[in-house]
Design a protein around this ligand. Structure first.
Ligand code: SAH
Length: 558
């Protein structure tokens, strides 16, 4: 079965040798070592729990070299959320024990057997069916689909109770299992793509040997009906093939989701489609059906619709990254962005390609992202904070707007939001943006300084609280001072000011001051500047800096 490369997680140098022995068995696996404790790991982490949970949520198989109890307690909060889970194993740091913990349907016992064999020990397998038969009947290899999980479970318990079984059809992986086979058995495992009602005591396993090539966009029902007419089981469908011109069709995408198969695209004039072993038959006016003698490798047929997601990492801390962004990072083939942010978005697996560029090459990066996505890859462009706030989302749309390349316009493009620096900073201080506010970048790289001055003047006059991004930099040393002078025309020196630096990152600092005391040397390009309105106020909190908030009302308190 094909699966993602595992992550080998260790807490101390004492586990490194065992980790490396496991890595020899899985050369693509990365060793994650605890910061300051492990030397020579492929990746370091500082928070064991957060790292393990993130790997789990990204469907990465986990091999943790520590006590099983630690792994169980760490992942426990996530267990109820998840249907199919990645394999999770605990391995003793001296290589004496391999304990599969989670991911029975994800192949954890296979992994346990492989690791145990590599370490020369016996795996601690506790799944009765597997112990007896050496394979999980309920988890056929990729290329095959189990008919009915509940029937399967009953079937395994019948076998465990001592029944024998007949195997009808071609199941290469079962030949290796120690099933009690008997041609006269009451129980039968039937492997085939024909549509029929399973008989009593029959477990159906469907080889994914069938493809459907549609001539235009159709729904799932049309495809089901056509397969039924051809007496083919829909469970044997491996993919839907369509012309590239149909790539953005929502109807086809819905059909693929409903049937649980991928969509693959081929040039409109491509004949024949797919591997030579396919035998084609026309089925009505909408589609043709192809059948292969053995399960199909879908990745070899045409190409997928490419995806481009422009994501916001939030200010820095993993806890402030939205789950949709984490999932997107896990599925990405390519990750593009400014190097600092790409590193922040990691760690990545060996099969994921990082494209790090300079912070200023935004349009070039956006075009590169479309080129990769148009090849059918899953591409992520990273921004810090929110991608729509002085960041990559607008650059990506500008690149698309300028392009007449139909392949770029067919890409599945989505923006995934993040917690912007102004909001993360405001939350630390209390609620300085609790009423109307104005967000501005003080950078005059892409707009004239005169418009910045005008907007500052009007926003300050309008008594909006102000959030300044890009407040200052080495190439823009004087602008912040001028900006503060303009604001000071409309605000008193006692107006509260919040400075958040490296918010959500290890070096985070928060400073509460006033407009009168604020000087540009307290601010750098990693700082977010929030300036209160006339109603913004502060009061001491029990410990630490003052609370800052802007009341929800204006004028007379209601
Ligand atoms: N898309 C980003 C903003 C990019 S502009 C977002 O939504 O947050 C870059 C500016 O954002 C920096 O100059 C700084 O003013 C601010 N900034 C970004 N991350 C920050 C952080 N973690 N702490 C404080 N300010 C930050």
């Amino acid at each position: 079965m094909s699966r993602a490369a595992p992550a080998i997680v260790i807490l101390g140098n004492g586990s490194l040798i065992t980790a490396q022995r496991i890595q020899q068995r899985y050369p693509d696996a990365l060793i994650y070592g605890l910061e300051h404790r492990v030397e020579g790991a492929d990746r370091t982490y500082s928070d064991f729990g957060a790292t393990l949970r993130q790997l789990y949520q990204q469907d990465t198989p986990i091999i943790a070299l520590c006590a099983a109890g630690i792994v169980i307690r760490t992942l426990a909060p996530l267990l109820l959320e998840k249907g199919v889970e990645p394999p999770v194993l605990a391995v003793a740091e001296d290589a004496s024990a391999v304990v599969p913990l989670l991911g029975g349907l994800g192949g954890v016992n296979d992994l346990a057997r492989e690791i145990a064999a590599a370490l020369g020990v016996t795996p601690a397998i506790t799944t009765s069916g597997e112990l007896r038969f050496g394979t999980c009947l309920l988890n056929p290899p990729s290329g095959y689909a189990l008919g009915d999980l509940e029937v399967g479970k009953r079937f395994v318990s019948d076998l465990l109770a001592g029944e024998s079984v007949r195997i009808e059809g071609d199941a290469p992986w079962l030949a290796r299992a120690q099933l009690p086979e008997n041609p006269q058995a009451r129980l039968a495992i039937h492997i085939g793509h024909a549509e029929r009602e399973p008989a009593a005591h029959e477990l159906m396993i469907y080889p994914r040997t069938v493809v459907v090539k549609v001539k235009h966009a159709v729904g799932a029902q049309v495809i089901r009906e056509a397969l039924h007419q051809a007496t083919l089981a829909w469970q044997s469908l491996s993919c839907i093939i369509a012309a590239e011109t149909l790539m953005a069709s929502p109807q086809l995408h819905e059909a693929a989701v409903e049937l649980g198969v991928p969509l693959r695209f081929v040039p409109a004039d491509e004949q024949p489609v797919g591997p030579h072993s396919l035998v084609w038959q026309e089925q009505g006016e909408h589609l043709a059906i192809g059948i292969a003698p053995t399960p199909l490798d879908v990745s070899q047929i045409g190409r997928a619709r490419g995806r481009l997601a422009v994501i916001g990492l939030g200010p820095g801390a993993a806890e402030l990254m939205v789950p949709a962004v984490k999932a997107e990072l896990a599925r990405a083939n390519d990750i593009l962005g400014y190097e600092t942010y790409v590193r922040m978005a990691g760690p990545f697996r060996n099969d994921q390609v990082m494209h790090c560029t300079d912070n200023r090459e935004e349009m070039q990066r956006a075009r590169h992202a479309f080129e990769l996505a148009a090849q059918g890859r899953s591409v992520v462009v990273v921004s810090s904070g929110d991608p729509g706030v002085f960041a990559m989302a607008a650059a990506v749309l500008e690149a698309l707007h300028e392009s007449d390349n139909p392949h770029w316009h067919s890409v599945d493009l989505e923006m995934l939001p993040g917690v912007s620096a102004s909001l993360a900073t405001a939350a630390l201080a209390g609620a300085p943006l609790g009423h109307d506010f104005c967000v501005m970048s003080l950078s005059d790289n892409l707009k004239p300084w005169s418009i910045i001055e005008k907007r500052l003047d009007l926003a300050a006059e309008a008594d909006l609280a102000l959030a300044f991004y890009n407040p200052i930099s080495r190439s823009r040393p004087w602008q912040l001072g001028v900006a503060l002078e303009i604001v000071a025309r409309h605000r008193t020196p006692s107006t509260p000011v919040v400075l958040g630096r490296d918010v959500g990152r290890p070096a985070q600092t928060l400073r509460i001051t006033t407009l009168g005391e604020l000087t540009p040397d307290q601010v750098d390009m990693r700082t977010m500047v929030l300036i209160g309105s006339s109603t913004t106020c502060t009061f001491p909190r029990a410990h630490g800096a003052d609370w800052v908030y802007t009341p929800r009302w204006y004028g007379e308190k209601p």
